[in-house]
Design a protein around this ligand. Sequence first.
Ligand code: BTN
Length: 312
Amino acid sequence: SGEWVSGEEMAKRLAISRAAVWKQIQALRKRGYEISASTRKGYHLTKMPDLLDADRISGCLKTKWLGRELRILGEVSSTNAVALSLARDCPSGTVIMAETQTEGRGRLSRPWASPSGGIWMSLILKQEMPLAHVYQINMAVAVALCRALSSMLGLNAGIKWPNDLLIHERKICGILMEVSAQVDRLDYAVVGLGINANNDPSGFPAERRSTSLAAELGHDIGRCELICMILEEIEVACEKMGSKETYEEWRSRSLTINRQVRITSAAGDHVGEVVDLADDGALILREGDEQKRVLAGDCIHLRPLDAEAEAL
Ligand code: BTN
C-alpha cells in the first residue's frame, strides 16, 4: 500500500512467525520486488517487478473464452512446444506464456531470442475450419494485435506480409502458427506471439531490424494489462474471422502493398512490386510484365535503391 508495515504486524495478520515473514521477504526480493527494511519501521514495498502474474491478468481480463485457462511459466524451451504438447487435452482458448524461452522459435526455423521483459505466449485455438482457411487465423491475429497496440499504447503498427508487425520499419512482433490437421480439417492451431515489450532488442541480428514497445515509448509498459487487451482484441477478431471486414482492415494496415520486395521461397526467388493481397492471403506480385501469386516465403522490403540494384 506504500506504507511501512512492521514485521510483527504482518506476522500477526498472516498467523506466521516473524522469521517466516523475513523468509518470504527474501523470496520476494529474489523475484525482483524492491523492499526497504528498517528496524524501527518494518518493511516498505518500493518497487514491484513487471512479472507475469496470473491474478493480475485474470483480474483485468474481460474475455469469454480466450485466456480463461492460463498457464504462466518461468523459463521454458518454447511456449509453442509446450502448447503443442498440451493442445489435445486443453480447451480451446488456453494460453501458455513464459518469462523467458531457451529455444524460442521463429518462422522458417529461425531461432527467436526471448529474454525477460518480452511477451512470449502461445494460444491454443480449436476453430472448426477447413485446412485451406487457416491463413484467416493469422490475418485475424495480426489485425487484433495492431488494434491492441493502438488503443492501449497509441502506437501505430503495420503488417509486413505474411505476419510481422513493424513500427517505423522495425519489427515489434512476430507470429508463428503451427497446426495439427487432417487432410481437410483443422484439429487445432497453436498461435505463438513474440512481442518485444520491455526487453532490449539491440542484441538481435542487425539484418532483422527490431524495436521494442519500451524503446518506442521511452518507458516500460505494463505487460499484464497489454496481454489482457491483446487477448480481448483477438477474441473479437476470432469471431469475425474470414469476414470481408477483417480482410479489408488487414489490407489497410499492410506495409507490403505497393512496395518493391524480394521473396525467397523453396520454389525460387521473386523480385517485384506488390500490387495487392489476395483474400486468401497470397501476395500479388508484378514481376516485369507478369503478375504472380506468392503464397509463402521470406519477404524483404526493398528500398527504392535496393530495387534498382536488383534490377541491374
Ligand atoms: C517470427 O517472426 O519468426 C515468429 C516469431 C514467433 C515467436 C513466438 S514467442 C512465443 C512463441 N513460442 C515460440 O517458440 N515462438 C513463438
